[in-house]
Design a protein around this ligand. Structure first.
Ligand SMILES: [Zn+2]
Length: 605
């Protein structure tokens, strides 16, 4: 509780005004507006999702009053307004259209409401560092009497937990970093290292095994808390006093966005465990990986941050070359924490790593773009991928996680097990993260990363940084994995069919080319993304029979291909490529010494 006796200078109120029309109504009340005319701005992007999304385009109507009388509110640019000078209380009222079922924006209908502050709360320029209040109001009508509220915001005195009412934030940054869910969600709690963690699950999930879900989530959270604060024993080692998982379930969907004391998750209801079924499905494992990923961000990116994010500038792109560290290392630890917490077995972890290896090695873009460049260009490339993406870019998530794996195994090997990437993460935490929200926030400078890694490990990492971070050469994963008694090998399937050098998709029954890989058979034969295959050697191709048809050929065979580009038929002769390596296998060797190193890595003991 952070009850404020003085009335804060900025107060917000938000009400689901019309669930049917997907409209929230928001008011901002400013007691002491700027004398020259108060300015208001809505963020253009939401931290964690590095793309300019222009949230202000969803503001439908907006107006202002000064001491109860209507005053002018001039629009200065796409997301900034300025009110006429006002001596007294200035109130801005606006409607926000909320029909984006993702973790990044806002969504409202008669089943639930969800919003990120970045979509709904105008920043009062000059007053963003002051404490603020927000009244979260119940929609009118009998149908909404059973709705509740879940958020990491603290209820003010007089507001009960999970109820509509008044909530408080230390400043604008905390306000917009605390998404809110309202509706008839299922609510569960568990304690991790003594701190309450809440889970609010929206949407129908028949026969949900909530106990199992909470048990598994607790294990993952505690493993992460212990990673960053192994020595401490009290709840003070947990970076927040309460944590909230807001989970929206749908038929098909996947996503998560991290916040300082909460996360918004979107998942398929089929990913969640069913009562009476004890097995670990791939889908549930994937969901727990998402939980683990977003929770790890509590430390890595919500507190340990690049200098470019300390503070965020929300009206434009914030450039950093370090997303490989903040997203890639988080992607490495998300799965590693599943095995360290005992939620999955080592063999399942090897499969996850092998999938990432296959994923990274698939695209030739990895030979053209470094993870540092991929980070910098996230705004225009990673987040705005087109059909040429595999030929042009590398993911700072997947390649970044392999960089973390390679670095962890390198440090472990070269220090004879004395140091590891865990020590690097703890050093980052102690130096930058632990006190981020206490006092002046400091982020890590772009050129301070390598020296810090070297100081912690005691190693010269210049070659590693030159090749893995600032270079495009493939990482020596097979030899590094052998140090911990693991082999990494490509898997050739029995029915290996030759390759067209494309990725295909369905358009009705048609097989359409979604991606044409650089240097592949289809590109050499003049085929392009968007083309629809009609026939191979005079036999009709459909999205259902293409693979079977190709199994009748061998690499090097020439086939006549008919395809439509738009409505124009073209004919070409294509020389089939060797089968693609789309899978890898990681397996244990019998090396006993290496097995001890592996044990230490996978258990962190
Ligand atoms: Zn992430």
């Amino acid at each position: 509780m952070k009850a404020t006796s003085v009335q804060p200078a900025v107060r917000y109120a938000i009400v689901p005004k019309s669930p049917a029309a997907h409209l929230f109504e928001v008011t901002v009340t400013v007691s002491n507006p700027a004398p020259e005319g108060q300015r208001f701005t809505l963020p253009a992007w939401i931290p964690g999702s590095y793309m300019v999304r222009e949230f202000a385009r969803n503001i439908v109507t907006i107006g202002a009053t000064c001491r109860g009388r209507k005053v002018a509110l001039d629009k200065l640019d796409k997301h900034t307004w300025q009110a006429s000078p006002c001596k007294g209380t200035l109130i801005v009222t606006y409607e926000v259209y909320a029909w984006d079922l993702s973790v990044r924006a806002a969504h409202l209908d008669d089943t639930h409401g969800f919003f990120n502050g970045t979509s709904v709360f105008l920043r009062v320029e000059g007053q963003e560092h002051a404490p603020c209040e927000v009244d979260i109001l119940r929609p009118r009508g009998a149908a909404f009497r059973s709705w509740r509220v879940a958020t990491a915001l603290e209820p003010a005195q007089g507001t009960a937990a999970l109820d509509f009412g008044r909530y408080v934030a230390l400043d604008y940054d905390e306000l917009i970093d605390s998404p809110v869910e309202m509706g008839t969600f299922v609510h569960g709690t568990f304690k991790a290292c003594g701190v309450t963690h809440e889970v609010a699950i929206t949407g129908p999930v028949p026969n949900l095994d909530l106990d199992r879900l909470l048990r598994d989530m607790k294990k993952i959270c505690e493993a992460q808390i212990r990673l960053f604060e192994p020595g401490a024993s009290s709840r003070s080692r947990v970076p927040m006093s309460r944590y909230v998982f807001l989970l929206m379930t749908v038929g098909d969907g996947y996503g998560g966005l991290e916040h300082r004391a909460s996360t918004a998750l979107l998942a398929s209801r089929n990913d969640l465990p069913v009562q009476g079924q004890a097995r670990m499905s791939d889908a549930y494992r994937g969901f727990l990986g998402l939980v683990s990923h977003e929770y790890f961000h509590t430390w890595n990116v919500k507190r340990i941050k690049p200098a470019a994010f300390a503070p965020y500038t929300l009206d434009q792109e914030n450039y950093t070359r370090l997303l490989w560290l903040f997203e890639g290392f988080t992607s490495y630890y998300d799965d590693l924490m599943l095995v360290r917490s005992g939620v999955i077995a080592p063999a399942a972890y090897y499969d996850l790593v092998a999938k990432t290896v296959a994923n990274v090695l698939r695209g030739s873009g990895r030979l053209k773009q470094t993870v540092a460049e991929s980070s910098f260009d996230a705004w225009t490339k990673y987040y705005r991928q087109d059909e040429n993406a595999p030929n042009a870019i590398v993911s700072y998530y997947t390649k970044g996680s392999l960089v973390a794996l390679a670095l962890d195994l390198t440090i472990r090997s070269q220090t004879r097990g004395q140091k590891s990437l865990d020590d690097v993460m703890r050093a980052l935490w102690q130096r930058y993260g632990r006190d981020f929200y206490r006092g002046t926030p400091v982020g890590i400078a772009e050129d301070a990363v390598q020296p810090l890694f070297e100081a912690v490990s005691g190693l010269d990492l210049s070659d590693f940084f030159a090749t893995a971070i600032n270079g495009t050469r493939d990482l020596p994963l097979a030899s590094l994995l052998s140090r911990v008694g693991l082999t990494l090998e490509p898997v050739t399937p029995d029915n290996a069919r030759p390759s067209l050098g494309v990725k295909t998709g369905k358009r009705g029954d048609e097989a359409t080319l979604t991606q044409v890989l650089d240097g592949g058979a289809a590109q050499a034969a003049g085929l392009s993304a968007g083309d629809s295959l009609v026939a191979i050697d005079g036999l009709r191709v459909t999205s259902g029979n293409l693979d079977k048809l190709l199994e009748r050929y061998r690499a090097g065979d020439k086939v006549t291909v008919h395809a439509f580009r738009r409505d124009e038929l073209r004919e070409t002769v294509l020389t089939l490529d060797a089968p693609e390596v789309s899978q890898y296998r990681i397996a244990e060797t019998r090396d006993r010494v290496a097995a001890q190193r592996r044990e230490k890595w996978l258990t962190a003991k």
